[in-house]
Ligand binder design. Structure first.
Ligand code: FAD
Ligand code: SF4
Ligand code: SF4
Length: 486
C-alpha cells in the first residue's frame, strides 16, 4: 500500500475548522472545581493536528519558550504515531500535559501560528496535552534509570516547576538529587496556587510521584532559613539550586486597606486548593475565606485575578466583580480566561480603581463597601502604554463583603530569610545570577525560575529549570575532571 504523502495528511486547515476539546457548560462547571476542558478523542486530535501547514519557519516553535518541535509532533499525531509524538514532545518539555493545560497559548505558540488570521490557529496546547495523557495511560512514561550513578549530590530549594524540572534533568545525568520545600506537598504554585479547574491536582502529583520513583529525594516541611541555613545546606551538597519562587503580595495603599475580610489572592486561592485536596482549612471552614453568599470584589487584571473571580463564583458568591484600571484590550490576563469568567457570571468593571474600603460602622471592622473612581486612558508612559488617570467626580460605591487583592508578587527578602546576608540580590529583590552560568555570587549556589526572573509563567520555570540543570552538570563535570587531572 502506498504511504500517503505529507500534503495528503497535513495542511487540512481549509477542510477542518478549529475545534477545541469539549468544554463543559458554565452551569455544570460552576457545580465543582474540575477542569473545564475535556481531552480530545483520538479522531479529533488527529483531525486538529492535521490542520498544521508544516511551516518551513514555524513561528509557533519560535514563540514557545521551550522551543518545542511543534510541527513534528503535530504531524506524528495526525499520522497516528502517538508514541513517537510523545517522545518528541517530551524531549524539550518536562511537563507537556501541564503546559498544554495552562500555558497562555494565545500569547505564545497559538497566538503566533501563521494560519491564525484567516483560519484560526492550530490547537497546539490541547494536542500536547492529549499526546502526553495517552503516554501516561499506556505506560510509555518510564521512571528514570541513569546510565550510571554519580556520587555528587545537589540540594534544590523549592519544589515548584523550576525545582522539579531541574531535579528530573539532574537525575537523568545520574546525580543524587534532594528537594527541600517548606510545604507539606510538592509542586509549588502548581499545587497551592493554580486552581483545580485549570489544573487538577492529580496531574501534578502524578509528576511528583514519578520523580520520587525515579530516585529524587523529597524533604517536605523543610524551610530553609528555619530548619537549616543556606550555608548549612551548602555544606551537605556539592551544589545548590535556589528555586523558591516569589510570594510577597503587593499591597494596596488606599484608606481602609486594613479592614477585615480583605485578603491577598494567594491566601484565598491556597485555602481552596487545600480544601480540594481534602485538608481541613480552619479559615475556610469558619467562613472567612469562603465567598459563599457574599458580594465579592477582586482587584487586578492578571491571571491571578481571573483565578480568584472564578473560584468565588464556584464557591457560590452572591455577586463577583473584577475591578481593573485599564480596559479589556489592555489587561494583562489571558483573553481565554476572561471569556471563561464572563460565561461563569463574573462582571468586569473596566477602567475602575478602588479609592477606599469602607466598613459603614461595622463593629467588627470588616469591609462592607468599596468606593471606586472611574478611570480613562491618558498619554502613553515611558513604555508606550497609556497611563490610566481618574475621571473627576466619577466616584461611586459598590457593596462588598469580601475583597481580594491580586496586584502581583515580589520576592521575599532571601538574604535575611536564608540567614545569608552575603547572597547578592537585584534592586527588585530577585536573586542576582551570572546569566550564562546561572550561579549566584556564592560558589556552587545557583538560582532559577521566578526568584530570578520575577513572577512569570510555568513554561518559563521549566525552561529555567532545564537551563540550570545543564549549567550545574557542566560545573560539576569540570570539577570532577580537574580532580581527575591532579
Ligand atoms: P514556585 O512554583 O513558586 O515554587 C517555589 C517553591 O519554593 C514553593 O513550593 C515554596 O514552598 C518553596 N519555598 C519557598 N521558600 C522556601 C524556603 N525558604 N524553604 C523551602 N522551600 C521554599 N503560570 C502559567 O504558566 N499559567 C497559569 O495559568 C498560571 N496561573 C497562576 C495562578 C496563580 C494564582 C499564580 C500565583 C501563578 C500562576 N502562574 C501561572 C505562574 C506560575 O505558577 C509560576 O510562574 C511558577 O510556578 C514559578 O515556578 P517556580 O518553581 O519558580 O516557583
Ligand atoms: Fe505552546 Fe506552552 Fe506547549 Fe510551548 S509549552 S507549545 S507555549 S502550550
Ligand atoms: Fe503549524 Fe501553525 Fe506552527 Fe505553522 S505556525 S507549523 S501552521 S502550528
Amino acid at each position: 500500500m502506498a504511504t500517503p504523502n505529507q500534503a495528503e495528511i497535513m495542511l487540512k486547515f481549509t477542510k477542518h475548522q478549529k475545534n477545541m476539546p469539549n468544554k463543559r457548560g458554565a452551569v455544570e462547571r460552576l457545580q465543582d472545581f474540575d477542569e473545564v476542558y475535556q481531552n480530545f478523542s483520538p479522531p479529533r486530535a488527529a483531525e486538529q493536528a492535521s490542520r498544521c501547514s508544516q511551516c518551513g519557519v514555524p513561528f509557533c516553535h519560535i514563540h514557545c519558550p521551550l522551543g518545542n518541535n511543534i510541527p513534528d509532533w503535530l504531524r506524528l499525531t495526525a499520522e497516528g504515531r502517538l508514541q513517537d509524538a510523545h517522545e518528541m514532545a517530551s524531549m524539550t518539555n518536562n511537563m507537556p500535559e501541564i503546559c498544554g493545560r495552562i500555558c497562555p497559548q494565545d500569547r505564545l505558540c497559538e497566538g503566533n501560528c501563521v494560519i491564525e488570521n484567516d483560519f484560526s490557529s492550530v490547537t497546539i496546547g490541547s494536542v500536547e496535552k492529549y499526546i502526553t495523557e495517552v503516554a501516561w495511560e499506556n505506560g510509555w512514561i518510564k521512571t528514570i534509570t541513569p546510565p550510571h550513578e554519580r556520587t555528587e549530590s545537589i540540594g534544590i530549594i523549592g519544589s515548584g516547576p523550576t525545582g522539579l524540572t531541574a531535579a528530573e534533568e539532574l537525575r537523568k545525568y545520574g546525580f543524587q538529587v534532594h528537594i527541600y520545600d517548606r510545604h507539606d506537598r510538592s509542586g509549588g504554585l502548581l499545587i497551592y496556587g493554580i486552581p483545580s479547574f485549570k489544573l487538577e491536582k492529580h496531574v501534578v502529583t502524578r509528576r511528583t510521584n514519578y520523580l520520587e520513583k525515579s530516585g529524587v529525594i523529597f524533604h517536605q516541611n523543610f524551610e530553609v532559613g528555619v530548619d537549616a541555613t543556606l550555608s548549612e545546606l551548602r555544606s551537605k551538597h556539592d551544589a545548590i539550586l535556589i528555586a523558591t519562587g516569589v510570594y510577597k503580595a503587593r499591597e494596596i495603599k488606599v484608606p481602609g486597606a486594613g479592614l477585615g475580610n480583605i485578603f491577598p489572592a494567594l491566601e484565598y486561592l491556597t485555602a481552596e486548593c487545600r480544601t480540594d485536596l481534602g485538608d481541613n482549612v480552619p479559615a475556610f471552614e469558619s467562613g472567612a475565606l469562603d465567598a459563599s453568599g457574599k458580594n465579592v470584589i477582586v482587584i487586578g487584571g492578571g491571571d491571578t485575578a481571573m483565578d480568584c473571580v472564578r473560584t468565588a463564583v464556584r464557591q457560590g458568591a452572591k455577586s463577583v466583580k473584577c475591578l481593573y484600571r485599564r480596559d479589556r484590550d489592555n489587561m494583562p490576563g489571558s483573553m481565554r480566561e476572561v471569556e471563561n469568567a464572563e460565561e461563569e457570571g463574573v462582571e468586569f468593571v473596566w477602567l475602575t480603581a478602588p479609592e477606599a474600603f469602607i466598613d459603614e460602622g461595622d463593629k467588627q471592622g470588616s469591609v462592607k463597601a468599596v468606593r471606586i473612581t472611574r478611570m480613562r486612558l491618558g498619554a502613553p508612559d515611558a513604555t508606550g502604554r497609556q497611563s490610566p488617570e481618574p475621571v473627576p467626580g466619577s466616584d461611586e460605591t459598590l457593596p462588598c463583603d469580601m475583597a481580594i487583592t491580586a496586584l502581583g508578587f515580589s520576592p521575599e527578602n532571601l538574604p535575611t530569610m536564608f540567614c545569608t546576608p552575603e547572597l547578592g540580590v537585584t534592586r527588585w529583590g530577585t536573586v542576582k545570577v551570572n546569566h550564562s552560568s546561572l550561579m549566584t555570587n556564592l560558589d556552587g549556589i545557583f538560582a532559577a525560575g521566578d526568584i530570578v526572573r520575577g513572577a512569570s509563567l510555568v513554561v518559563w520555570a521549566i525552561r529555567d529549570g532545564r537551563d540550570a540543570s545543564n549549567t550545574i552538570a557542566n560545573w560539576l563535570d569540570e570539577k570532577a575532571n580537574a580532580v581527575a587531572a591532579e
